[in-house]
Design a protein around this ligand. Sequence first.
Ligand SMILES: *Cc1c(COP(=O)(O)O)cnc(C)c1O
Length: 378
Amino acid sequence: MKKKTQMIHGGVFGDKHTGAVSTPIYQVSTYKQNGVGNFTYEYSRTGNPTREALEKLIADLEGGHRGFAFGSGMAAISAVMQMFKAGDHVVFTDDVYGGSYRLMSKVMSRFNLDVTFVDTSDEKKVRDAIQDNTVAIYAETPTNPLLKITDIRAMRSLADKHGLLLIVDNTFSTPYYQTPISLGADIVLHSATKYLGGHSDVVAGLAVVNSDKLGEELHFVQNSAGGVLGPQDSWIVIRGIKTLALRMEQTEKNTAKVVEFLQSREDVTKIYYPGLEDHKGHEVHKSQATGFGGMISFDVGSGERAEHVLAQTRYFTLAESLGAVESLISLPAKMTHASIPADRRAELGITDGLIRVSIGIEDADDLVEDLKQALDSK
Ligand SMILES: *Cc1c(COP(=O)(O)O)cnc(C)c1O
């Protein structure tokens, strides 16, 4: 089954009891047992048919063994981290999503799960960070907001050499453009709040594992710690995924036009987009993904100038988050990455004048026009 077909027919199609074409929302907590211990579903934390339809769908799309749906991307990441134990060590991409950084440095650290943040786009740095107690490499590719690229296959080789799990946050590329399991990842994570949901109307997280053993372990954590996604929200994510391919294609077309416009501007000093040939990691990304996505970051020189531009846009809504039908604009240094100390931000290259945009599916001409009037205004 091809990807676009899978988005409609993957997982559980419709409802075999009624013939309903759309997966019903099983708004239920408990289930009648036919006899003690004789049941298909027992309790909705352990399993729910609507959530299961989504879990099977994402497992199919990622080409994995088993999928899991959580109440948020962070709940999914937390659950995966709870598969490890005190004294274990994980190597993380240094410019990961701020929430993942906070989870590891401020929460998981309380339980002595040790972490080193390194630039995973540099294989040697990852190799040097591996210790005797390292159990996993965790990579985000492309990253946020600098769109840095990690070579997933190279991470697989390193993981093999040291007996590590490879975990990839695939939120930015989505399974339409990139399937990390096919490149060697053991676990794939998603904030389904972003492209998979796609309409800024749900917070959800997904995880997919590549083996029965990891499936058992993660289900044990999901059921024990309990951060499950509810049936309504599971249904909303399923509906979002049905149009994922269409949205990604339109987003990418629009993004190419916006990038072209930004390139024509002398007041834009730097553009970060994996689709640009001179973007570091462009070739690696091309070798592991079929699209470049809809996230662009660009520098307008100063924080003051950036705030001015943000205040002028009409179609780019000033907001955190990304991956929705509407275009969003943000200032990482003051918003998503404000919790990162200024000197650390500077080290990473997240300057005060850096603007991040998430391109939506509006008409590209309107988006370009909007950025143009915002940049032109004094
Ligand atoms: C948003 C995001 C998360 C966290 O997901 P939530 O659904 O907000 O909890 C994790 N990783 C990436 C790359 C994200 O963009």
